[in-house]
Ligand binder design. Structure first.
Ligand code: NAD
Length: 483
């Protein structure tokens, strides 16, 4: 029997009060590997109460001491690196190398948060008037919560958790119900980091826990990562309840290829951008926009590289692309492919019906490539979140910029060129907040802010980097005169 997961509340693993449970699958085999409880509002209340109780003492713990817990966490993440990567692959399906990369990115967030005694500093000015000094100190905001998506079970929670607790907040994590095991494993490591009970809590579940987080009067800040409609709903609901909110939404990322691009070197990174993690990345290329004479070569090279990808169980050596997350998601992606065909896009490569030897029950799809995709077609407009690449050819850089700017999502975008002028113009006019120049996946490192614009991001302060310190602290101004 697959185990039913428990919540971590106030330092103890406790069964949820849930009456509904969701099967967690290994997407490569279809096997059920755990059951996620769809926890109730009462479960969340208990976690908030524990976090609230832990807050005063944790807030008063010196930042250097809080940082030591994170140094310890970092060490444990390193020691359990392979195990965590294997768990990501087992519950999500991406290849082991992709999982390793995502765990590494998560660890980098912990490393940055270890600098909290410096990064949390305020500032001050002596003699703002005769004998009066003014000092800004940063203080934690209280109980914070984060809601994670399915696609990066190790990395995305670490965009938030280390920064929140390093700054003296207490924390509740709500993993995606589809991939709860990596987050459970990381919570177990955190139990060995000298954190008082209640500083980090884990509540499994779905929509009802999310809504309870948005509404709970004792939660001060909410971080969300997921699809645009849910990001928008969470932003509205939680800000309406008076919280600070950062809600990272979906994406449709345009990758422009100029005729002067170094095609041979660009092809690998472009292929990786579109088909890495089976396209289930918020930074994945979605629409290739070749300019003028770049069209035929860019298409043919991408087709050849996609055909050469070995699709299979991500845990096996030599596999270049794993399955998608679930049978339902595969159906959704297949629906988009059918829509592309019916709306008149030209199929260059059709990944439907792809089977993998010895893995008959996995949720596999081969890479799919469409040419002649207009921006008004469903596949040119919607986020597909699967291994489907669309090509929208244009004649000029201006046209490419117009196509990119017209889309409501603005997470990431890239240009491939050897012209500094074209690259500068593209980066300057990009609506997206993460821009790659000859880079396929423009992922900011942990020291920099991560998040998009327009319908890809709701809020003011982005994830990690200095923004995390702004988000997780309140600036208090103390003006003092001594008689
Ligand atoms: P999702 O929106 O379905 O779910 C995200 C979280 O919200 C989960 O924890 C889920 O339990 C919860 N949720 C789902 N439906 C809800 C509802 N109706 N009300 C309240 N909560 C709900 O997203 P997903 O499928 O898990 O993740 C994929 C999406 O996340 C893609 O759109 C992708 O682009 C996006 N994403 C964005 C970023 C970014 O940085 N902008 C990063 C990773 C993923």
């Amino acid at each position: 029997m697959p185990e039913t997961l428990e919540n971590l509340i106030g330092g103890r693993w406790v069964p949820s009060r849930a009456s509904e449970f969701l099967d967690v699958h290994n997407p490569a085999t279809g096997e059920t590997i755990a059951k996620t409880p769809l926890s109730t509002g009462e479960d969340l209340d208990a976690a908030v109460a524990a976090a609230k109780k832990a807050f005063p003492a944790w807030r008063d713990t010196p930042p250097v001491v809080r940082a030591r817990s994170l140094f310890r966490f970092r060490q444990l993440l390193e020691e359990h690196f392979e195990e965590l990567a294997a768990t990501v692959t087992r519950e999500h399906g991406k290849t082991l190398d992709e999982s390793r990369g995502s765990v590494r990115r998560g660890i980098e967030c912990v490393e940055v948060a270890c600098g909290t005694p410096s990064l949390m500093m305020g500032y001050g000015l002596e003699n703002i008037a005769q004998g009066i000094d003014c000092n800004v100190i940063r203080q934690p905001v209280g109980v914070c919560a984060a809601i994670a998506p399915f696609n990066f079970p190790a990395m995305v929670p670490l965009w938030f958790l280390p920064f929140a607790i390093a700054t003296g907040n207490t924390f509740i994590l709500k993993p995606s119900e589809q991939v709860p095991l990596t987050q459970r494993a990381m919570a177990r490591l955190l139990e060995r980091c000298d954190l008082p009970p209640g500083v980090v809590n884990l509540v499994h579940g779905g929509r009802s826990v999310v809504e309870a987080i948005c509404d709970h009067p004792d939660i001060r800040a909410v971080s969300f990562v997921g699809s645009t409609p849910v990001a928008k709903a969470v932003y509205r609901r939680a800000t309406h309840a008076g919280k600070r909110v950062q809600a990272l939404g979906g994406a449709k990322n345009f990758v422009v290829v100029m005729p002067d691009a170094d095609m041979a070197r660009a092809t690998d990174v472009i292929t990786e951008s579109f088909f890495g993690c089976a396209g289930e990345r918020c930074l994945a290329g979605s629409v290739l926009v070749p300019v003028g004479s770049a069209h035929a070569e860019a298409r043919d090279r991408l087709e050849a590289a996609a055909k050469a990808l070995k699709v299979g169980d991500g845990a096996q050596r030599g596999v270049g692309m794993g399955p998608v997350i679930s049978a339902a998601h595969r159906e959704k992606v297949v629906g988009y492919i059918e829509k592309g065909i019916s709306e008149g896009a030209k199929v260059v490569l059709d990944g439907r019906g792809h089977t993998v030897k010895d893995r008959p029950n996995g949720y596999f799809l081969g890479p799919t490539l469409f040419d002649g995709v207009r921006p008004d077609m469903t596949i040119g407009r919607d986020e597909i979140f699967g291994p489907v690449a669309s090509i929208t050819p244009v004649q000029t850089l201006e046209e490419a910029i117009a196509v990119m700017q017209a889309h409501p999502n603005a997470n990431a975008t890239s240009i491939f060129t050897s012209s500094g002028k074209a690259a500068r113009e593209y980066a300057r006019l990009a609506t997206a907040s993460m821009v790659g120049v000859n880079i396929g996946v423009a992922a900011p490192m942990a020291q920099f802010p991560f998040g998009g614009a327009k319908d890809s991001f709701f809020g003011d302060l982005k994830a990690h980097g200095r923004d995390a310190y702004e988000f997780y602290t309140d600036k208090k101004v103390v003006i003092s005169r001594w008689f």
